[in-house]
Design a protein. Structure first.
Length: 440
């Protein structure tokens, strides 16, 4: 049965930072984007503050942000004050996202933290930030694992070697698969080039994103701007510009954040996922305690709704994984909960028509026999599709009275069928089975 798309809710166009809480169904929501390593004590204190001032629900987003829910106007200010005393280095302005283990792995091609810091300083010294869209962002993928291939951004920098020399492949308006390739630059010219590209967006106003420029059919302006900005006087710049450069060059197979990662110093990082992107603050406090008992020295917030606990030995990693499993966290890359992406949904989100998050465990359990790496079931409370804006193997969109099913598309695409809410888990399993065990 064909269904009609519901009206698309207005895009808010704001980001819920500590000083700008976002009203939603369960109170106010704030977001924090930590930079680098967070000590275990500080992370535990952050979770405690979320429980003390909010409703105790803490989320890790697909982009690697921390969200705290259930705040009030009064408690949001108290929470911000408590976070201020913790000394967490966090993004303040245009988010510049690096690999979650940036600076810690030997396979990295460029030093992403140093480049990101230089770009932040340059932005702080300019008037660009106030002229850019609130959700404008930059990705710097240094070549480490896990990578940032699935993270969309206005401007992307991906490191690769060109005849043995480091270079940055610049792209705009999407994730690694669908962003528009703009060509290579030498790392030394990265800050200047990114500022130049962001200035182009700023000229169009605060509502304008790189994807808007591309959809408007004017991607050439990006290429022309990059060509003029990258032609610097240094020998390396000239060599990189002159060499053949393949933006589709083979790169190591993408590794999930979940699991063990070897660090440059020989220690291990252990990736632990939050089931459906959220956890109880008390469970996070216990996880931080378990990490400390296992010998870890800190953690990184990772895309794909995960935490990377660093500084572990083999025995400590095994102990931490066992503790995390008991606390209900995701410790295996094949866990079916990884393949079901659900927003908060009703009643936590004022826009949600269905209880997406509450339904997610039942959906994952029912669909488990048909889920495998590459399968994504996106359950969205409304047509905004916040949990996964891109296409998924199967997207479910809640409406008033039923759910729309979209095959190989996003929440804004045309559905092929509808189903009642109480039939949804069975309908999802049936769809995956009929499409060939998750290949849809």
């Amino acid at each position: 049965m064909t269904a009609q798309l519901a009206a698309v809710p207005e895009r808010r166009g704001i980001c819920p930072g500590l000083s700008t809480p976002l009203p939603t169904g369960d109170g106010l929501l704030v977001r924090l984007i930590p930079i680098g390593t967070v000590s275990l004590g500080v992370f535990g204190a952050l979770a405690a503050a979320a429980l003390r001032h909010g409703n105790g629900i803490v989320e890790i987003t697909a982009r690697g942000s921390i969200q705290v829910r259930g705040l009030t106007k009064e408690s949001a200010a108290l929470f911000a004050g408590d976070v201020g005393t913790l000394g967490i280095a966090a993004e303040d302005g245009v988010p510049i996202l690096c690999n979650p283990l940036a600076g810690l792995q030997s396979e990295e091609i460029v030093d992403a933290p140093v480049l990101a810091a230089a770009l932040r300083r340059a932005l702080a010294g300019s008037a660009l930030t106030e002229r850019l869209a609130p959700k404008c962002s930059v990705v710097i993928d240094s070549g480490g694992s896990p990578d940032l291939a699935q993270i969309p951004a206005d401007i992307r920098l991906r490191a690769q070697l060109v005849n043995g020399e480091p270079a940055l492949c610049v792209a705009a308006g999407g994730n690694e698969a669908d962003a528009i390739d703009l060509g290579p630059i030498a790392p030394e010219r990265a800050v200047e080039c990114v500022l130049h590209l962001l200035a182009l967006l700023a000229q169009r106003g605060r509502g304008w994103r790189a994807r808007d420029q591309i959809v408007a059919g004017d991607a050439r302006v990006f290429r022309d701007a990059l060509a003029s900005a990258r032609d610097g006087p240094t020998a390396q710049s000239r060599r990189v510009a002159a060499k053949a450069f393949d933006p589709d060059v083979a790169r190591p197979q993408k590794r999930s954040a979940i699991g063990l990662h070897r660090l440059r110093d020989g220690a291990l990082a252990c990736g632990i996922g939050l089931a459906f992107g959220h956890a109880d603050a008390t469970a996070l406090e216990k996880l931080a305690d378990a990490a400390a008992m296992s010998g870890a020295c800190g953690l990184r917030i990772a895309p794909d709704r995960a935490l990377l606990v660093i500084g572990l030995g083999a025995q400590g990693a095994a102990a931490l994984i066992a503790a995390a499993e008991q606390l209900g966290f995701v410790t295996k890359a094949g866990d079916p909960r990884r393949f079901v992406l659900a927003c908060a949904g009703a009643p936590l989100c004022a826009s949600g028509h269905i209880a997406a998050r509450a339904m997610a465990p039942h959906i994952a359990a029912t669909a488990a026999p048909y889920l495998r790496e590459g399968s994504i079931v996106h359950v969205s409370g409304c047509v905004k599709g916040c949990a996964h804006p891109a296409a998924a193997s199967l997207t479910v969109v809640g409406t008033v009275g039923d759910c729309m099913l979209i095959n190989n598309g996003s929440a804004r695409d045309t559905p092929y069928a509808t189903t009642r809410v109480h039939d949804l888990p069975a309908a999802i399993a049936r769809h995956l089975r009929e499409q060939g065990a998750g290949h849809v």
